[in-house]
Design a protein around this ligand. Structure first.
Ligand SMILES: [Zn+2]
Length: 411
């Protein structure tokens, strides 16, 4: 569903949209917003709506203590859940001062940080809050609740979506497994909903990014569109006529762990030679470390001498932009493996459009052309078949949280 342009947007009643938001969340009836009343906030269909306002400029980047907010969110007193409040992050259609309509909170739960944003029906991010990802299950849920409650102080929202890098149950209520997070067979949506008094739905983070790019970004209009999110690892999502393909058990498509190199680099998933071991921020770092002994003049040598783990993919990408020879070779290796993997998944799905998202996509100009050439050269039937277009995502870091808000019915 493409977003109509400004001035073409059909006007919906707030009550109608609010009912629709609630109706997509299992177990919550659209005409009975009991969850909202449970926290004493009144009926959202009749209560006067407060126009979202931006936090004062002095608040941008200010760490917020757990104190009152933690208590409001049901966080145990004394729990250490620092949250940083951000300013308005992006505007994708609603002009300053326009009525943002119904808003929802999307939360991108990553391996290093939790980033939440208030998103309106135009896909604009009105406000953000973030915290660090703790290692414990309860502590992680404390941080998530704290970011949500921080935003609710300033904005009225109707539902919450969580984008999670992990296996999500078909009912989108539980996390089955998340390699970089503490949850194992955890009923996360119900636990968070009971604490914040709002409907909560889960979505795989790559699926969320694909939804966001389909409605507001680079995947718009694609009948068969594939999103490859390249960060610490690889996440994949497939949209067919705007609908996510989830497979029989909700875990498809798990592209990052396709084995491209039998006997290759070991992977945290338990296998070896997985695609993401050669095409990710982690892979950039590993490849650069492998190459350093043969290139002592590289600026990365001194960095790696102190601690090779400090040579992150982000640092390698930055060095590549500066022309460092090792970093450029590592980037070329990533481009090769990206092209190889794209050819493989294109053989399976035959998409018309492939969007590259995730942190590594910021370095797109350094690898995209080479990856495209490799893909064109090695795909089955090369030269005798139509090929997918390949482009970088438009929404950057916002894709996950915007898509999480869409997943709970916004838009
Ligand atoms: Zn793997």
């Amino acid at each position: 569903m493409a977003r109509p342009g400004r001035g073409q947007h059909p006007r919906r009643t707030r009550a109608g949209v609010a009912r629709r938001l609630l109706s997509v969340v299992p177990g919550v009836r659209a005409d009975r917003p009991a969850a909202r009343r449970a926290v004493g906030a009144g009926d959202p269909r009749t209560r006067p709506r407060r126009r979202p306002r931006r936090p004062p400029a002095r608040c941008a980047g200010r760490p917020v203590g757990a104190g009152g907010r933690a208590a409001h969110a049901g966080v145990p007193p004394g729990a250490h859940t620092p949250v940083v409040v951000g300013a308005r992050a992006a505007d994708r259609g609603s002009a300053q001062g326009d009525d943002p309509g119904v808003t929802a909170i999307g939360v991108d739960v990553g391996g290093t940080s939790v980033r939440a944003g208030v998103v309106d029906a135009h896909g604009s991010v009105l406000d953000t809050a973030r915290g660090s990802t703790p290692s414990g299950e309860a502590e992680l849920e404390d941080v998530i609740c704290s970011t949500i409650e921080t935003l609710r102080r300033e904005h009225e929202v109707s539902a919450v979506g969580l984008a999670v890098a992990g296996f999500i149950g078909n009912d989108r209520r539980s996390v089955m497994f998340a390699p970089h997070l503490a949850w194992r067979a955890a009923p996360v949506a119900d636990r968070i909903a009971s604490r914040i008094g709002l409907p909560v739905v889960l979505e795989h983070d790559a699926n969320a990014a694909a939804l966001a790019e389909y409605h507001f970004g680079a995947l718009r209009g694609a009948r068969v569109g594939l999103l490859i999110a390249i960060g610490t690892g690889i996440g994949g999502a497939l949209l067919i006529d705007g609908k996510l393909f989830r497979g029989a058990h909700g875990v498809a498509p798990e592209l990052g762990h396709l084995r491209l190199m039998p006997g290759g680099r070991p992977c945290p998933c338990g296998k070896s030679g997985c695609w993401e071991r050669y095409c990710s921020g982690t892979a950039l770092s590993a490849t650069a470390v492998d190459l350093l002994s043969r290139h002592p003049s590289s600026t990365l040598v001194r960095e790696a001498a102190r601690d090779s783990r400090a040579l992150t993919g982000r640092k390698v990408a930055a060095a590549a932009r500066e022309g460092d020879p090792v970093a450029l070779l590592a980037m070329a290796d990533l481009a090769k493996w990206l092209g190889e993997g794209l050819a493989l998944v294109a053989d399976v799905y035959d998409p018309e459009l492939i969007v590259i998202a995730g942190g590594v996509s910021e370095s797109g100009p350094l690898f995209l052309d080479d990856a495209r050439d490799r893909y064109r050269a090695v795909v089955t039937g090369a030269g005798h078949r139509p090929l997918a277009r390949l482009r970088i995502g438009h929404l950057g870091d916002d894709a996950g949280l915007v898509g999480a808000a869409l997943a709970c019915g916004l838009g």
